[in-house]
Design a binder for this molecule. Structure first.
Ligand SMILES: Nc1ncnc2c1ncn2[C@@H]1O[C@H](COP(=O)(O)OP(=O)(O)OP(=O)(O)O)[C@@H](O)[C@H]1O
Ligand SMILES: [Mg+2]
Length: 251
């Protein structure tokens, strides 16, 4: 079985896809055979060709240089309503079988050296009935990266997410703070970061800037990968087997 990481966040729209893509490009540029998945997506739209596509899956596929032929493998469940998957599925008359999703993820993990799997919403988002993102993470036995934002309210959301994960047997590899723009950083952001590390007892493995004017295409992807190398602790994100320095010496 190849290795992998599950990407969750404190909320929807925090940057799971963006950061997942950036990490995928960085790994690919390192020569790692990289897998990406968005097992369940909602809010998907039909293209002019009549094919239903999730934007998240498209972005991850571009980052990992996957062809269109792999869409089903990357994103087995693709729903139109922009609702939490459990509800979007019912609304669109779709039955989600969590076991099948886990199987699909494991198949990608087996095929690739390292796979990045993006969740939906946050760690408690319902995928199907009472099967939550956290249940999928546990079934996959993968560590998680929690993407979070730098501003007010983030200590509470981040520490709650980390605490829930840990209480439910999920290893939190670390936190990545998205939209961290060095020139605007004040005591607020700095203290948020300190509190998150202190209360969450997990390392911050990177702070990622807001990138302006990045369009799709090879050049843009390359830039995203370079930014990931520059701002994220890629080595520590990759190395999840065994326990890291913090786990060995920490709480
Ligand atoms: N660092 C960044 N720089 C510029 N734009 C960003 C950055 N991070 C995220 N975005 C943009 O913000 C929006 C939300 O990010 P993203 O789609 O990655 O969030 P998400 O957590 O994956 O959301 P969802 O829960 O819908 O999957 C997107 O339009 C994305 O392109
Ligand atoms: Mg996303």
């Amino acid at each position: 079985m190849g290795r992998g990481i599950f990407i969750t966040a404190t909320d929807t729209d925090i940057g799971k896809t963006y950061i997942s893509g950036a990490i995928a490009v960085a790994l690919r540029l390192r020569g790692i055979n990289t897998g990406v998945m968005k097992p369940v997506a909602s809010g998907a739209v039909y293209g002019e060709d009549g094919i239903l596509r999730s934007e998240d899956a498209s972005f991850l596929m571009e980052a990992a240089a996957f062809s269109e032929a792999s869409r089903q493998e990357v994103n087995p469940v693709c729903l139109v309503p922009a609702l939490t998957p459990a509800v979007a599925a019912v609304e669109s008359g779709t039955v989600i079988e969590p076991k099948q999703l886990v199987k699909a993820c494991k198949s990608m993990l087996r095929k690739k050296e390292f796979t990045i799997i993006e969740g939906v919403g946050g760690i408690l988002a319902p995928i199907w009935e009472d099967y939550l993102v956290a249940d999928m993470v546990r079934d996959l036995a993968l560590p998680v990266l929690v993407i979070t934002r730098p501003n007010l309210g983030t200590i509470n959301h981040t520490v709650l997410t980390v605490d829930y994960a840990q209480r439910h047997g999920i290893q939190v590899r670390g936190i990545i703070v998205n939209h961290w723009n060095q020139e605007q950083i004040s005591v607020k952001e700095r203290s948020n970061l300190e509190y998150i590390e202190r209360l969450g007892k997990v390392p911050v493995l990177g702070t990622f800037p807001t990138v302006a004017g990045l369009v799709a295409g090879k050049q843009a992807m390359r830039q995203l990968g370079d930014l990931a190398e520059q701002h994220l602790a890629i080595d520590r994100i990759l190395c999840f087997e065994g326990r890291d320095e913090y786990d060995r010496h920490g709480a």
